[in-house]
Design a protein around this ligand. Sequence first.
Ligand code: TXA
Ligand code: MG
Length: 375
Amino acid sequence: MTREPRHVPGDAPPPGAAGGLAGAAGGPVAGAPLAPRVLPGEDPAAVAEAAALLRAGELVAFPTETVYGLGANALDAAAVARVFAAKDRPSFDPLIVHLADAAEVADHAVPADAADPRVGLLADRFWPGPLTLVLRRRDHVPGIVTAGLPTVGLRVPDHPVARALIRAAGVPVAAPSANRFGRVSPTRASHVVRGLGPRVRLVLDGGPCRVGVESTVVLLAEGRAALLRPGGVPAEAIEAVIGPLATPATGRAGTAALAPGSAGTHYAPGARVEIVDPFDPADRPRLVAKPGERLGLLAASAAGAAAARAAGGPFATVVVLAPDGDPVVVAARLFEALHELDAAGLDRIAAQPVPAVGLGRAVMDRLRRAAVGGQ
Ligand code: TXA
Ligand code: MG
């Protein structure tokens, strides 16, 4: 069974658009503007333009009360992949999904978690504001947003420009801080311009950020209560409302799913994952299924799948991430594909490597972690 990537809006930016794709290529696109446009966030026409860009799969930087965010339509996996490209993020960390209103929590979290009375209590007390609640996600939230986790971080920001933008876009907005990987989070529009340049089309200027540190991240999934990241709302203030918060120690077994990035393997399917290059003759023996073995193929491109089929098999399941190997589509599809393969009851998955440049670095980081975890 060959699975084609499903169509996601915004795969192809309009001609001349720099967008986040410039980051995937490692530099500005020829003929593209060298700096993003900066528009006043209080201007409704600017907000409408930014909202239209988000709906079209483009990236927009916008102010929140904590730091400036680099936003994409959270329901558009390819747009979210461009966020990682623009940030040069070497791995996929889960992104916070920004909502216009607390009532929207029920749209994206499973009913049991959305109805947890503590969610309502914290939302009433701290939203809009610098608090992120991590709840089990509904299936429509793309895997790249949550880095393959079964949970999603949700937050209603307290900045009039952010709220106007999310409302006008009519979609939830996934946004990490609008800086390149390893750099300081931006608290002014000028920081975003300096840090990201043409990797973002448009920056809405909302002045300096009031809080200046990121939101507090609290896990409330499945009845638990844990502080995952200290931030703009003091933990004591949260505990005063819902009682004690656990603080998961990093690196211990079992905490990887709670505190992403704290362990080597934060998403690994049940089957053993091996990185196997179908174009490398030395790797080819590992493309051959052993007697009785259910072998799956995770191909980055159609050419990779063809080379793997020619060299090995039989494959119980084949997933082609992107026919032409487009790194944006490969990244956008990766987590869903791992879930698909996981569900296929395989013994082993042969995963085609991609060049570790641009978004490919993040793809390879995740594949390597999956490979370590399954062994
Ligand atoms: O204030 C903020 O939170 C800013 C503004 C833009 O909203 N955003 C921000 O995003 O700081 P970022 O990507 O830099 O940090 C997101 C944090 C990460 O530490 C991540 O581990 C955690 O939120 N997070 C997000 N989703 C999660 C999930 N499903 N499970 C556990 N942690 C999650
Ligand atoms: Mg950040």
